[in-house]
Every structure is written in C-alpha cells, then in structure tokens.
Write a protein that binds this ligand. Structure first.
Ligand code: DHE
Length: 517
C-alpha cells in the first residue's frame, strides 16, 4: 500500500512538475525531488531534517535560494533548472509547515539509529600522536561540517574530521579528556575517541536537539530535545540508551527542553524547561539517600532498569520560565534569564526556591557568563544579545555593580584564572568584526581589537595556561587567530571553514571559571 502511494506520488509529481507557472502538489514535489535525501517523513537522511523546528535558523527567502542554487560545501544539487519558481515556493511552504502529527521518536526509533563503528574497549589505550593531551582544542568548523583537533602548544592541527550536519552547543569531554561528545541540531550524538582519532559510536537522540552534558563521573551522557519533548540518558561508553524521560509536569503539560548541564559537585544533571515553570535536577549516582523530599516525578519510559532508583527527577517550581542560565562555581546557585528577557532570577538549588531577582536589561546571555574575584568578592559577568553592555553581578548580594558599555550586543565571553583580562565579542551588532577586552581588576575596557576588518570575529577560548587566546574569524574562508593574552599581539593564523566554538580539554574538564561548562 505504501509502495503504491509513493508510486502515485512520484507519477503525479512528474506530471505536475514540468516547468509551468502553475504550482504542483507540494507533497508530490517533495517526494520526487527531496525525499531520497531528506527522508520521506522529512526527518532527514543524508540531508538534514526539514521540519519547521529544524529550519528555525534558516529564513524562508534564504531557503528559496538554497533550493534554487544549492549552497556552499553541500552535496545538494541546484533545483533552479529543474523546478519552476512556483514549485520551489510550494515545496518551501511545505517544509515550513508542521506535519499533521508529531513524528514518533521513542526508544525503538532511537535504538534503530545507533551505529557502533568500534566496540567499546577495542581501540588502544595509547594516544596515536604526541602532544599535551590536556592542552588540546577541539574546534568546530560549521562551514563544511568538520572539526579540527588542534595542538594547544604548537597550534598545529593534528587531525580534521567530518562531523554530523550543523553541530551546535559545546561538545563535552569525558573527565579524563579522552573522549569528546558532539550534538547536532538534528539530534545526532557522536562519541569521538581523541586518542585514536576515531568516531566510535553515534545515535540519533532526538529530531531537534538542544545540547548534551556528560556526567562528572564520566558514566552518562544526557541529551535535551525540543522535538520531541524529551531528555535521553545514554551509557557514555557506547551510547546505548538507558532512560528516556518525557518533559512534562504533573498536569501533563509537556515542554521543550531548553538545555541540560552537568552539576558535577552535586552529582546531578540540571535541565531547563522552556514551557513549564520548573527546573529539574536529576541525580546520577545511586548514593543519593534519601531521594530528595518534595516533588519527585518519575516519567520512566525506559524498560525496567536493574536499579529502579536511578535518575529520579527532582522538580523545583519557579515563578517564571527559565531559558538560559548559569551556575556559580559550587553549583549551589543558578542564575537564570527568562525568555521574555529584561529580568533574571537566582535559584538556590539546595533551598529549592528563588532567592533574588537580577536586574538585567535586554536579553542577557547568561550561558556565556564567567566568574572571577573582584575586590575580594565573587562576581559574574554576562554579555547581552540585545544591548551593547556587559553586566557585572556581585554574587553575594546579587546586585549589578557595573554595566560596561561595549561597541554592540555580544554573544560569548571568556577569561582564564591566569589572566587579568576578560574578552568578549560584539557578534550581534554592526561592530561584529571587533572584540572588546576588559580589565577584571578595574572593570574598565582596555582595548577594542579588529582582527580582520569587515569579517565577523567571535568566540574566544584560552590555552590551558592562559597565555594565549584563540579567536574565530567566523566566515566560510575564515581562520582561527591566536593572540598573546598579555600583549594582545597576533601570534598565528590558521585557515578554517567558518570556525565557531573551540574547546580546550583542560579548561573544560577542570571547569575553569573563565569558560562555559
Ligand atoms: Fe547557541 C551554546 C542556545 C544560537 C553558537 N547555545 C549554546 C548552549 C545553548 C545555546 C543552550 C549551551 C550548550 C552547551 O553548553 O552544551 N544558541 C542557543 C539559542 O537558544 C540560540 C539563541 C537560538 C538557537 O537557534 O538555538 C542560539 N548559538 C546560536 C547561534 O546563532 C550560534 C552563534 C551559531 C550556531 O552555531 O548556531 C550559536 N551556541 C553556539 C556555540 C555554543 C553555543 C558556539 C558553545 C559555546 C561554548 O563555548 O560552550
């Protein structure tokens, strides 16, 4: 029956897609020209998923151009000479329309996607190259969907490899720094053995994924999804699924998962929910006795686990939705921005309640925040996606003690324990080719740099010792620029294909106060 239907669709598509001013039937155009790469159900195949959630970052006029002309570094052919303008419009409208029902993505579908390239434990326990294994960088190159492993002492690339389409968010390292886990927006999770330069396992955890976290003990990977509304816990050694959790409250209201983080000192994961006023803490050890008092959900969809107590959900009710957030270094406090922006809240995770409001204008990007000690007190600094300001917050009083005006709204902010300077970009503004450097001792701007006039400069990360700063020239013919962190002089330029984030093994695994965790 299914085959008959497809044959009908293809036949009618052929009849209807001969160049003419009249548009063909949308599903038929899709089936004939797009389904073989993007999947009959639009869930993706060799090409990315084409559902509205997955297309959020591509505006429709841009999509029309991609269909007609293809895009750089893509295997997709141009359809401008095969389809009429009306048909291109019709198929674009089709992919931006939600399907009648949400595609199923339960444990069976997830398990069916798992790929074991190398059995866990089958690769040598000895690095295939010589370098300081803790001063390596993983650099994500979004231009042609690759990642580069970079030696943080010589700044020489060690290995460049293909990744899944459209990685997003921070790749996360195992505690010993040997493995790195990537998440793609289409839900693919990949485990890469840095020592052996090999992808060992892959699995598709969701249809539209936000990010992943690795437990502080290295045993688990957790993935947060927008589509479907789930969290998935995986075995970190082979990415086999352990537990699928539906994100919903006790009234059955379900929610997208905005993000999930590892709170290593608490031995738990913390998940932010976009559509329900709760934040979830999910302990991952079996010694969490007693299971926390108060509201504990158990939306256990996994088949029975040996230990029924694993991964309970401790829900903290909130006054407002939480979107983007940041933790203090002890992971006792969570500072969150609501999705409306303009205001933030501080939640004490032990007291399980809000303890303060934060006076933050615009749309603070708390996820990019950093901390240091200023005049004997812990402070936190956050850039702002909507206004050109860095807010400095006293983490004892939760008051904003200074607003530093920059050249424009920025996205990322970074520092290191061994440098007196904090660096931020002005990525969201006309001044996106500039970087602003702030003295952490005076809270004053000491320099605005323009690494390459007219080219976007963003996302900074320090070497293990804090002596050098790596900056992305975020362009197709981009580069990674290495600066001396003390003199702000350029040291080296390494060509790369639209490099986005870069991640230093030591800074990440030691949870440096100058970087995201
Ligand atoms: Fe990101 C991290 C959410 C748009 C590049 N981004 C994150 C994280 C979240 C997030 C929750 C933390 C993940 C982690 O640590 O595991 N990002 C969002 C959004 O909600 C937003 C605004 C809209 C969206 O489309 O999702 C958004 N992000 C972007 C971009 O437009 C960026 C600049 C380009 C891109 O690749 O899409 C972008 N986000 C990044 C990068 C990180 C990131 C490079 C990792 C930062 C790090 O150093 O850890």
């Amino acid at each position: 029956m299914k085959r008959l239907f497809s044959a009908f669709c293809v036949a009618s598509a052929i009849l209807m897609t001969t160049p003419s001013a009249l548009a063909a039937e949308p599903a038929a155009v899709y089936t004939q020209h797009c389904a073989s790469c993007h999947g009959a159900d639009r869930l993706g195949g060799t090409g990315p998923a084409l559902l509205p959630e997955n297309l959020e970052r591509l505006r429709k006029p841009e999509a029309l151009k991609v269909i007609a002309n293809s895009r750089a570094a893509s295997q997709m052919p141009a359809f401008g000479d095969k389809l009429s303008a009306a048909d291109i419009q019709v198929v674009a409208d089709f992919i931006y329309t939600r399907p009648a029902s949400v595609p199923a993505w339960g444990l069976n579908e997830i398990r069916a996607t798992r790929i074991e390239h190398y059995k866990a434990g089958s690769l040598p326990d000895k690095p295939a190259f010589k370098a300081d294994l803790l001063n390596l960088f993983v650099v994500v190159e979004t231009g042609d969907h690759h990642a580069t492993l970079l030696d943080g002492d010589t700044f020489e690339p060690i290995h460049r490899f293909q990744t899944r389409f459209a990685l997003h968010g921070g790749p996360k390292f195992s505690p010993d720094g040997r493995y790195v886990y990537f998440a793609s927006r289409d839900g693919w999770i990949s485990r890469f053995d840095i020592w052996n330069l090999k992808t060992t396992h892959e699995i598709r955890a969701g249809i539209n994924t936000r990010n992943l976290a690795v437990s502080g003990d290295g045993r688990y990977v957790i993935v947060g999804n927008y589509l479907p509304h789930t969290l998935l816990i995986l075995n970190a050694t082979d990415l086999s699924p352990l537990k699928l959790i539906e994100a919903r409250d006790d009234n059955g209201k379900s929610s997208r998962v905005s993000a999930v983080y590892d709170a290593a000192p608490r031995k738990s994961f913390i998940a932010a929910l976009k559509d329900i006023k709760e934040v979830w803490e999910i302990p991952y050890t079996d010694d969490h006795e007693p299971i926390y008092p108060g509201l504990v959900h158990d939306f256990r969809l996994a088949e029975s686990l040996a230990d029924k107590q694993l991964f309970p959900i401790r829900s903290i009710p909130l006054e407002n939705y939480l979107d983007d957030f940041y933790f203090d270094q002890s992971y006792t406090h969570l500072m969150g921005a609501s999705r409306e922006g303009g205001k933030g809240q501080v939640i004490n995770l032990d007291a399980r309640r809000k303890i303060a409001d934060l006076d933050l204008p615009g749309m603070p990007h708390l996820g990019s925040g950093i901390t240091w000690t200023y005049q004997g007190r812990p402070v936190m600094a956050t850039p702002n996606l909507k206004s050109g300001v860095i807010s400095i917050i006293d983490m004892k009083t939760w008051q904003v003690i200074k607003r530093i005006d920059t050249l424009g709204p920025g996205f990322f902010m970074r520092s290191h324990e061994n440098t007196p300077y904090a660096w931020t970009d002005n990525f969201m503004s006309p001044a996106k080719d500039t970087l602003t450097i702030i003295d952490k001792r005076s809270l004053e701007i000491v320099r605005n740099l323009t690494p390459e006039p007219g080219k976007t400069a963003a996302h900074v990360e320090f070497t293990r010792d804090g002596r050098y700063v790596l900056v992305s020239i975020w362009e197709m013919d981009g580069a990674l620029i290495v600066y001396d962190a003390a003199t702000f002089k350029e040291v080296k330029r390494i060509p790369m294909s639209r490099p986005s984030g870069k991640y230093n093994v030591y800074n990440k695994t030691t949870r440096s106060a100058g970087t995201s965790h």
